[in-house]
Write a protein that binds this ligand. Structure first.
Ligand SMILES: NC(=O)c1ccc[n+]([C@@H]2O[C@H](COP(=O)([O-])OP(=O)(O)OC[C@H]3O[C@@H](n4cnc5c(N)ncnc54)[C@H](OP(=O)(O)O)[C@@H]3O)[C@@H](O)[C@H]2O)c1
Length: 428
């Protein structure tokens, strides 16, 4: 084999930079892969659109299936996105014995198990480094470098848009709405920001992380999800006063044979390494039995960083193709119990407004105590006739905390229970 011919499905934000990278780094790629790599066919939706890529016009088509089936295509890169037609195209390629590289988190988080089984049966590579945290080499780290270790937890900032918004709120005291408008004006957030701010994008990535870290069948709907719309500038300010920052975290953990996967805003101590991840950067904090604590940091999105991850996978698959060895195996993903959010233990931050009179604290402390939630610290501030109380609890079960909050709402001296946020990375 002298060269590997790539069929590129999609030539947008990721496909375009990938085509430029393959052209610009051709010598380096050939040296490292052992053979030349060349894009020979490209599928797009609109063939007439002008594109800044070093490829002749006649390689483009709007018939993606013809690219997959083309005998002049040895390897397929899918950067179209979404479930269909990506799922059908990838399946066709794998069944035809063609390795596939994809960046498609939405597809893998929903149909990953089926696609991994198809790849396994065909003994061809299905590689997806770019599907989680763009340019950060997380998947390969988990699958290869950490393959011999038992991973306990992976916590990540895996959505650049929400991290940018929370950083702006933190730095300048802006409201969520103002910070989001700024992110949209700068191109960090979409006109419809739902996928990012409501945590859907992070939940898809969390499902993939949990699948790979724990060899488990985890899909997007297994992920407990809360976004950042309810975070107020006051939450951010009181977090800072208490020595915390607010981040949207994806958490995948394994305990007692069950897997817990969740995405929610959380207060992290400022000393935690993830607290230093600002603006649109991403990072993954991995805890393993033998490796201890490990952090990966970088650009979680953007054309060039994502194309870099896709190209790394392409070179891996090219090496296997050129050597004529079966594709790298994923191993079996097994079904494991998914721990419901009610059973997860965390510390909590609660802010409430109460009547400022004697005996109030004892009444509130009693409500916590009756439901088995122990208070770690409390701050009080006077606001007119009322007082604002801020509690941080020790670790408690979600269900116990929820019952406590319900019971506090019925207490006459409690005028309002405002924000309730999980605190992560402090006592756990
Ligand atoms: N952008 C990032 O920073 C990033 C980061 C990590 C992962 N990803 C993932 O990478 C994938 C691609 O994202 P992207 O940002 O590059 O998307 P994009 O800019 O919207 O590009 C999609 C490409 O697919 C083509 N396309 C759409 N439907 C098609 C069809 N039915 N047949 C053939 N081609 C079709 C489009 O053609 P036209 O150009 O003619 O419209 C376009 O070239 C997604 O799975 C995404 O989640 C993206």
């Amino acid at each position: 084999m002298e060269r590997v011919r790539v069929g590129l499905l999609g030539c947008g934000n990721v496909g375009g930079p990938l085509a430029r990278l393959i052209d610009g780094n051709a010598d380096l790629i050939e040296q490292r892969a052992g053979v030349a790599v060349e894009i020979t066919r490209v599928a797009v939706r609109n063939v007439a659109r002008a594109r800044d890529v070093p490829l002749p016009a006649d390689v483009f088509t709007d018939d993606a299936e013809s690219v997959v089936a083309d005998p002049d295509v040895d390897l397929v890169v899918e950067v179209i996105g979404g479930i269909e037609p990506a799922r059908t195209l990838i399946t066709l390629a794998l069944k035809a014995g063609k390795p596939v590289v994809t960046a498609n988190k939405e597809l893998l988080a929903n149909a990953g198990v089926e696609l991994f089984e198809t790849a396994e049966a065909a003994q061809v590579d299905l590689l997806f480094e770019a599907s989680v945290a763009g340019g950060i080499p997380l998947i390969r780290s988990l699958r290869e470098s950490l393959a011999g270790d038992r991973i306990r937890r992976v916590m990540g900032i895996v959505n650049g848009t929400t991290n940018f918004v929370l950083t702006r709120m933190s730095d300048s005291g802006e409201s969520f709405a103002d910070a989001l408008s700024e992110a949209q004006a700068l191109g960090y957030a979409e006109a419809d920001p739902t996928a990012d701010v409501d945590g859907f994008d992070a939940a898809a990535k969390a499902a993939i992380i949990a699948s790979i870290a724990f060899d488990a069948q985890v899909v997007a709907s297994d992920v407990y999800r809360e976004g950042i719309r309810e975070i107020t500038d006051r939450d951010i300010a009181s977090a800072r006063d208490l020595g915390y920052v607010v981040k949207l975290l994806a958490v995948a953990e394994q305990r007692d044979g069950a897997v817990g996967v969740r995405v929610h805003p959380a207060m992290l101590p400022t000393r935690h390494p993830l607290a230093a991840v600002r603006e649109s950067f991403n990072a993954l904090f991995i805890e393993g039995d033998a490796v201890g604590e490990l952090m990966l940091y970088g650009r979680g999105a953007g054309g060039d960083p994502t194309a870099s991850a896709v190209l790394g996978d392409v070179i891996d698959a090219v090496k296997n193709l050129a050597a004529g060895v079966p594709g790298a195996r994923l191993g079996r993903l097994t079904r494991r119990p998914i721990r419901p959010i009610d059973e997860v233990e965390s510390q909590f931050y609660l802010l409430m407004e109460v009547a400022d009179r004697p005996g109030v604290l004892a009444t509130i402390a009693d409500a916590f105590g009756r439901h088995g939630v122990s208070i770690k610290s409390m701050q009080q501030r006077g606001i007119g006739d009322d007082a604002r109380l801020i509690f941080v609890t020790h670790r408690a079960r979600e269900s116990d905390l929820r019952t406590t909050v319900h019971s506090l709402r019925d207490v006459e001296v409690v005028h309002r229970v405002g924000s309730v946020l999980r605190v992560v990375g402090d006592e756990d």
